[in-house]
Write a protein that binds this ligand. Sequence first.
Ligand SMILES: Cc1cc2nc3c(=O)[nH]c(=O)nc-3n(C[C@H](O)[C@H](O)[C@H](O)COP(=O)(O)OP(=O)(O)OC[C@H]3O[C@@H](n4cnc5c(N)ncnc54)[C@H](O)[C@@H]3O)c2cc1C
Length: 401
Amino acid sequence: MSVEHPMHVVIAGAGVAGLEAALALRELAGDLVAVELVAPEAEFRYRPLSVAEPYGYGEMRRFPLDRLVEATGATLRTGSVSALDADAKEVTLTDGTTIGYDTLLVATGVGAREAVPGAVTFGGPGDREALGALLDRAKAGEVKRIVFTRPPTPLWPLPLYELAFQTAERLTAELARGIEIVVATPEPAPLELFGRAASDEIARLLEIRSIEFRPHVVPLRWEDGALHLAPGGSLEADAVVSLPRLVGEPIEGLPQDESGFVATDELGWVLGLSDVYAAGDITDFPVKQGGIAAEQADTVASAIAADAGAPVRPRTFEPVLRGLLLTGMYPRYLRSEHEGRASAVDSQPLWWPPAKIVGRHLSPFLAEQLGLAVDVPPPAGHAVPVEVAIDTSDHAKWARV
Ligand SMILES: Cc1cc2nc3c(=O)[nH]c(=O)nc-3n(C[C@H](O)[C@H](O)[C@H](O)COP(=O)(O)OP(=O)(O)OC[C@H]3O[C@@H](n4cnc5c(N)ncnc54)[C@H](O)[C@@H]3O)c2cc1C
């Protein structure tokens, strides 16, 4: 590959992984690659704050996708990939168009399915009204015990805790007394994927808020005032809120497991195919999180850049989990690596910039789009995943990025 004949990289999906990969490729490979993103929507929807919408604490941010993609130096094609032919090196869109590629990155994310029949399913922005209606019923005294739960399948568990904390805070603020709130999950301890220190702190916060924690719970359905569990038993509940089950939507020619997830090697290469990579929620990595999606995208970008001839050493995927938990009071910054063995929690940022989705390139890029970045160095002593200069008095604003 050369600047005269750049590698044509097609990225299916323009969400967190797709945009992060486009940005990383621009930095690592420059004109050695020509990047084309394919996605059906007109907006990039930044979903983390949708968990605050039902409580009036924040709202989901939307960015016009064409402007974002242009700013990454890539091009955007509106469409949905329905099939790929790795031998012919082309993808087919649902309208029948075919696009050839030198290298393909599948970053199509996941779809959400109801996990607990009878429960309010909270999967993001579209479910704000259902949750708002539940809060209204609680305030009116019609609901006395709300159980927040999740299926035992791969997902991002933070929103469950954020909903429970914010519900407790809101009901207290509205002087709605005597409403029991329960978090009932398959986890052995609260947010145990963040390791011991973080889990202990979340347990403490739950206790302070009088939120009951029930571990080892696998929910089946809500019926007749009870959450029925597997393999047996039930929990009393006037209402249940559940996170959805996530699935990878099928793409013909892409090897996917029974949940639609894609197996990759440590560089993001899709097992069994040539010149096809995958990153983000569509992969079979068990945590479906934006920060992880961005880390995977950076890994893939390094491998593609090296392949395109850039002086770059491919960087294997070594996940670091960073979560900013909305608690209804001070947020908590949670960080873990080595499968939870290194665990940290603080009410001050543990990374910089302290965005909710941590992307080496995406966080500063989105901040720039919002006019947030300024040229003051980050606070001393904080881990800095991105080299971006920031106004240190801006925590509150950053927590919304
Ligand atoms: C309510 C909620 C709160 C969250 N909070 C956080 C948080 O605080 N921190 C955090 O790190 N993560 C959070 N997440 C998770 C995070 O949003 C996801 O992990 C992340 O968006 C995954 O990135 P992705 O690129 O894999 O998928 P997505 O960001 O979902 O992007 C997928 C892209 O692929 C496109 N696409 C789909 N099918 C096709 C197709 N066939 N062809 C072409 N394009 C296609 C989509 O339109 C989209 O552009 C939250 C998620 C939810 C729902």
